[in-house]
Design a protein around this ligand. Structure first.
Ligand SMILES: Cc1ncc(COP(=O)(O)O)c(C=O)c1O
Length: 389
């Protein structure tokens, strides 16, 4: 099918909920996406931050293929070596106080379950989240999303969601009374334009949660699984070594196979009993094979060190680009703040076959490339940026 035919067919039969990049993606390899006409695109958006290990990492593909030939799926009603190994591997790379995993299928579902666990542990109902945070589109998660018009889309909202200002501990203190079960945050707010809080903020949140027996949840759907150059923002130096009680994950966790997870401390695990949480597909064998292979690929290919090294190189090279006023974020979750609007830059780069992301901050271009991005590709990108004049 030609590009025009494919686009017409998809537009005819799929609801038009996304503004699409005008290409038909046919094949992927590492940091490259090949379109139907044979042209290749440098993917600095990573398929919505999913392609952490790069597109079609051979070891991940092999693990999925091998599992598919053995058993596509059985639910949590049975034991599975594939699931056992995935859970063990994931907990082993998490901060020491994290002891168990709950598997689900997406980021929003991970956040729903995290909030539910916090309510179960504390016997309280309210949840504090932050201006600019995004947590997903199911009822509770969208009600926790104080970004743009998401709560409006999600009406009627789940009651008991309180808003505080990201980075402002006094605004959290003002609402964190004895009715609050959890404080949940994206430790780096991605969609808001890659916003980080001051180091003290993360520590102060942890202290406040300890003082008031509130559960601290980090939504690491974007920051997790190596994106910041560490396995997680939780426990990292960039996060002042603060470890929350629950970490939620999705996106890059399965390299493209849908999978989400809640990583929990033993304190939380003690309050969760049989039948408190559930899901048909969560913990399915294909997803679990993808999780283990993803984590092993990141390890075997030294991707965490690569992220740190290439981030430093990229930051250095970006100093040459006059239109950029600041570079925010960490590792391969970067927000390039332009003096003017970012969308024309995004579109001009697309014409040069480079895919980037925009954000809800009109001046910020977002980069969420695969963790295997190299310096050569950084050069291509920065040269293209400079060429825009
Ligand atoms: C920080 C964050 N949390 C949650 C979600 C929701 O994840 P999903 O789309 O897998 O439900 C997203 C998705 O973009 C996200 O960026």
């Amino acid at each position: 099918m030609s590009f025009t035919e494919t686009a017409a067919l998809e537009d005819r039969y799929q609801l038009a909920t996304y503004k699409k990049i005008p290409i038909v993606a046919e094949r992927g390899e590492g940091v490259w996406i090949y379109a139907s006409g044979g042209e290749r695109y440098l993917d600095l958006y990573g398929g919505h931050a999913v392609a952490g290990t790069g597109h079609c990492h051979p070891d991940v593909v092999a693990a999925i293929r091998a599992q598919a030939e053995q058993l596509l799926f059985y639910s949590n009603l049975v034991y599975s070596e594939t699931r056992a190994r995935a859970a063990e591997k994931l907990v082993s790379v998490a901060p020491a106080s994290i002891t168990q995993a709950f598997f689900c299928n997406s980021g929003t579902e991970a956040n729903e379950n995290a909030m539910r666990m916090a309510r179960m542990k504390t016997g309280r109902e309210r949840i504090i989240t932050f201006s600019g945070g995004f947590h997903g589109r199911t009822a509770d998660a969208i009600s926790a999303t104080f970004l743009g018009r998401y709560r409006e889309i999600g009406k009627p909202n789940v009651p008991g969601h309180l808003q505080a200002e990201f980075g402002d501990i006094d605004s959290v203190r003002a609402v964190a009374d004895e009715s609050v079960a959890a404080i949940m945050l994206e430790p780096i707010q991605s969609m808001a334009g890659v916003r980080m809080a001051g180091l003290d903020f993360y520590r102060a949140l942890r202290q406040l949660c300890d003082e008031r027996q509130i559960v601290l949840i980090y939504d690491e759907v974007q920051t997790g699984v190596g994106r910041t150059g560490e396995w997680f923002f939780a426990g990292s130096e960039a996060g002042n070594r603060v470890v929350p009680d629950i970490i939620t994950l999705a996106k890059a966790l399965g390299s493209g196979i849908p999978v989400g997870a809640c990583l929990v401390s033993n304190e939380i695990a003690l309050h969760i009993k049989e039948n408190d949480l559930g899901t048909t597909f969560g913990g399915g064998m294909i997803a679990m094979a993808a999780v283990t292979a993803t984590l092993e690929a990141i390890e075997n290919d030294g991707m965490l060190a690569n992220v740190r090294d290439v981030e430093a190189y990229l930051r250095e090279r970006l100093k040459e680009v006059e239109q950029i006023v600041s570079v925010r974020g960490r590792g391969f979750l970067l927000g390039l703040e332009f003096a003017g609007q970012a969308r024309p830059v995004h579109e001009a780069l697309l014409e040069r076959q480079i895919i980037t992301g925009t954000s809800s901050d009109a001046n910020v271009l977002r980069l969420l490339p695969p963790l295997c991005l190299g310096k050569e590709e950084v050069d291509l990108f920065v040269d293209a940026l400079e060429g825009l004049g």
